[in-house]
Design a protein around this ligand. Structure first.
Ligand code: C2E
Ligand code: MG
Ligand code: MG
Length: 729
């Protein structure tokens, strides 16, 4: 047939891979063909009958069969039918001496690719073989490509239809030509309801105008619509479900214009391809995350972060309009008690109810924040007058005072509120917060359950006073106080007969602070009352510990401020505490300063009398510094005089003229009072007061006040006859 050397088009690799089966009953012919093809590089096998050929075809893979039609037994036609029936992947060239047109035609119809006449022309044979094999390889490759394409097309179709995104195509008129299955779930439309209709029915009315041009984007490349947020309209006929909420769905849209080049090379817009992703859930969680960042989860109130934001706005507005605003600091009184006794879960419920009560007292423009724990901050913008703010604070105090019903409990709470007014109490967030905080502690220190303006708290006091007051309050809450002990000694035997309890404040930054620096502030702010309660409580705990360690009973002297003594019910509270610890009242002596007694309130005298009746002794501390009047000594229920250490300090060697100490000693003797000298620092002073008949002494000669632990160390390591000092001669 074609004499062109097509075999030349076959690459050496394909020649090498080509397996040829020669089928003919003429062996000589077979061998000559085999030799010719092998020289050309093909792999060749031979079959000398139709039957042998069938066997070879069943076993091996041949890309080409050269088939003689006329053979005894199984002839070439039958071999062809076999190949067709078993779908054997091979091409067939009929090699036939038979020139019968019909026979060749029928072979061609049965799948033969070409034919060669016998006797063959070698060149024609090679050309036909080459061409047929080229066809074989090309057509198989094409088939494979087709299959791959079909496969990938299926993949793409699958991806598009199963995509959670809504994918669509529009024609140039904006008519849907394709939508994927997702549209049904997302917007409640069936696919065929949309195909053929205009896209505008999907654009929700709550959109900006450009959403139309985004959806039917005509621009290609980088200028096309990229992550635009638009609202799609849900099918009004489909019932709204959870995801079809409000008949609108917020999507993030990507769309691109599709262009085709015509023959003249001109580009025309043929439609839009778009992909819309439902971001409702994402938006929701984004909103939730930012809500969580700016709110307190327990009460849903704004937190400190949002507070900072709000106060900045309020500042800006106030500066612009020269208006006042108020910052209130609110703290629940004794909230720790609720947490400790009823548990944190109850505490949380209480806080929620408290927050709601406060909110109920406010205007829409006010901001209540929870700063953590039981602390709240409240911003009142645009306040007209101080009285306005006071009435809000009063209202809140009143509201919180009403009993709370939490589960089966009825709880009574109160709030301490500190108020800072801008600009008087500060011009920055920090200074305003600090002022409100200090004012709040002023309320706490003065009996709680009230409010106070920073400016009022400042009246007649300096700011250090107020910040110490605040720190004292916190010291009590944070357990920063400690009790120290100074021994009281019998001056002849040096036996320890008692201990004076002296308060110390272990400040986290300033170290150990002595009472001289804070007692007066505690007295002035009345914090001395809870502090005194704390002292008594911890002394009792300590004494129980001493008892367990076998320490013999000692007289315990407590310093009491007149502020404590003028409290109603002070004695009952004192006695109850002693009973609670199983301690006898006669162990105790209370030291009251002369100045304290001179206040002369009847409550103080009544309380002292009662204490005496319980067996508690009363000593006048720092005696000699004040009036030292005989009249009041007679009228007060006093057991002991403590000579002030300033007189002891004046005792000098070879002193001839009598000093104040002598006079006091005379007075004590005359009134039959016990006498104690404090501030004994040397042996001379000791001898002097002993000779005067002093019953007890205390001072640095024996030792400074020691911590509870060191004191216990001294007391428990004492000899049998009792704890005493051995002094150098
Ligand atoms: P006070 O009751 O007259 O206590 C004696 C003070 O003199 C103590 O000072 C003590 O450490 C100090 N002192 C003792 N021996 C000597 C000495 O030999 N030389 C010198 N120079 N000083 C000596 P402290 O502890 O600083 O107490 C000062 C005052 O604070 C006390 O005077 C008392 O009035 C008051 N105070 C202490 N603790 C309390 C308390 O728990 N409640 C009340 N309301 N007041 C307290
Ligand atoms: Mg004292
Ligand atoms: Mg004293």
């Amino acid at each position: 047939m074609q004499a062109t050397n097509i075999a030349g088009a076959l690459t050496p690799d394909k020649i090498k891979r080509s397996q040829i089966l020669l089928v003919d009953d003429q062996r000589a012919l077979l061998e000559s063909m085999q030799a010719l093809l092998r020289i050309s590089g093909y792999s060749v096998e031979m079959a000398t009958s139709g039957a042998q050929a069938l066997e070879a075809l069943q076993q091996g893979r041949f890309n080409l069969v050269l088939l003689d039609l006329q053979m005894p037994g199984v002839d070439g036609h039958e071999v062809l039918r076999f190949i067709k029936k078993h779908e054997i992947d091979t091409e067939v060239i009929v090699v036939s001496g038979e020139s019968s047109f019909f026979s060749v035609k029928s072979a061609m119809r049965n799948g033969a690719y070409d034919f060669i006449r016998k006797p063959y022309d070698p060149e024609e044979l090679l050309a036909t073989v080459g061409k047929t094999l080229e066809y074989y390889w090309q057509s198989r490759q094409l088939k494979q490509t087709e299959q791959t394409l079909l496969h990938s097309e299926r993949i793409h179709r699958f991806i598009v239809n199963n995509s959670p995104d809504f994918i669509y195509m529009l024609d140039p008129q904006g008519i849907f030509t394709y939508v994927n299955d997702t549209v049904e779930e997302l917007l409640g439309y069936k696919r065929n309801e949309l195909i053929g209709s205009h896209f505008s029915k999907l654009i929700h009315s709550h959109n900006a105008d450009d959403s139309y041009s985004f959806f039917s984007e005509q621009r290609g490349g980088e200028r096309s619509t990229n992550n635009a947020e638009i609202r799609l309209q849900v099918n009004p006929a489909s019932p709204p479900t959870e995801c079809l909420d409000n008949y609108e769905v917020l999507v993030e849209l990507n769309a691109i214009g599709i262009y085709e080049d015509d023959e003249s090379g001109e580009r025309t817009y043929v439609g839009t391809l778009g992909c819309a992703r439902d971001i409702t859930a994402r938006k929701h969680s984004e909103a939730q995350i930012s809500y969580q960042a700016y709110h307190d989860m327990l009460t849903s109130l704004p937190n400190r972060l949002l507070f900072n934001d709000r106060i900045n706005q309020v500042f800006a507005h106030a500066r612009r309009t020269e208006q006042k605003f108020a910052l209130l600091f609110l703290d629940l009184d004794r909230f720790k008690l609720i947490n400790d006794t009823l548990g944190h879960a109850m505490g949380d419920l209480v806080l929620q109810q408290v927050a709601q009560r406060i909110l109920d007292c406010l205007r829409a423009e006010d901001t209540l924040c929870r700063f953590g724990g039981d602390e709240f901050a409240l911003l009142l913008p645009n306040v007209e007058s101080k009285e306005n703010v006071a009435s809000v604070a009063e209202k809140i105090n009143r509201a919180v005072r009403q009993p709370f019903h939490v589960k089966e409990h009825e709880l009574f709470l109160s709030l301490s509120i500190g108020i800072a007014l801008y600009p008087k109490a500060g011009e920055t967030t920090e200074s305003l917060l600090q002022s409100a905080d200090i004012a709040m502690y002023h309320v706490k220190a003065n009996g709680k359950d009230s409010y106070c303006f920073y400016s009022d708290a400042m009246d007649g006091t300096d700011s250090t006073f107020l910040s110490v007051e605040r720190d004292l309050y916190l010291a009590l809450e944070k357990n920063q106080f400690e009790v120290f002990f100074q021994p009281k000694v019998e001056p002849s035997t040096h036996v320890i007969v008692g201990m004076e309890v002296l308060l110390r404040w272990r400040h986290p930054e300033k170290g150990l602070i002595f009472p001289g620096d804070f007692i007066w502030i505690a007295e002035e702010s009345k914090l001395i009352v809870p502090i005194g309660d704390w002292v008594l409580q911890s002394i009792c705990e300590e004494l129980v510990r001493w008892k367990r360690r076998g320490v013999p009973d000692l007289k315990i002297s407590l310093n009491i401020s007149p502020i404590q003594l003028e409290q109603e019910g002070y004695v009952q509270k004192f006695i109850q505490t002693l009973q609670q610890f199983g301690l006898s009242a006669s162990m105790f002596e209370l030291e009251v300063t002369e100045q304290g007694l001179l206040k002369g309130q009847s409550e103080i005298v009544r309380n002292l009398r009662q204490l005496r009746e319980y067996g508690i002794s009363v000593a006048i501390d720092d005696f000699g510094r004040g009036y030292s009047s005989l009249t009041y000594l007679q009228s007060f229920p006093v057991n002991t005089l403590k000579i002030d250490r300033s007189f002891v300090r004046e005792i000098e060697e070879n002193q001839n003229e009598s000093c104040v100490v002598d006079a006091i000693a005379m007075m004590a003797k005359g009134l039959n009072l016990h006498m104690v000298a404090e501030g004994i620092e040397n042996l001379l002073q000791l001898d002097y007061v002993r000779n005067l008949g002093c019953n007890e002494v205390q001072g640095h000669l024996y030792g400074e006040a020691l911590s509870a632990q060191d004191t216990l160390g001294i007391l428990s390591s004492s000899p049998v006859e009792g704890p005493h000092f051995i002094l150098p001669n």
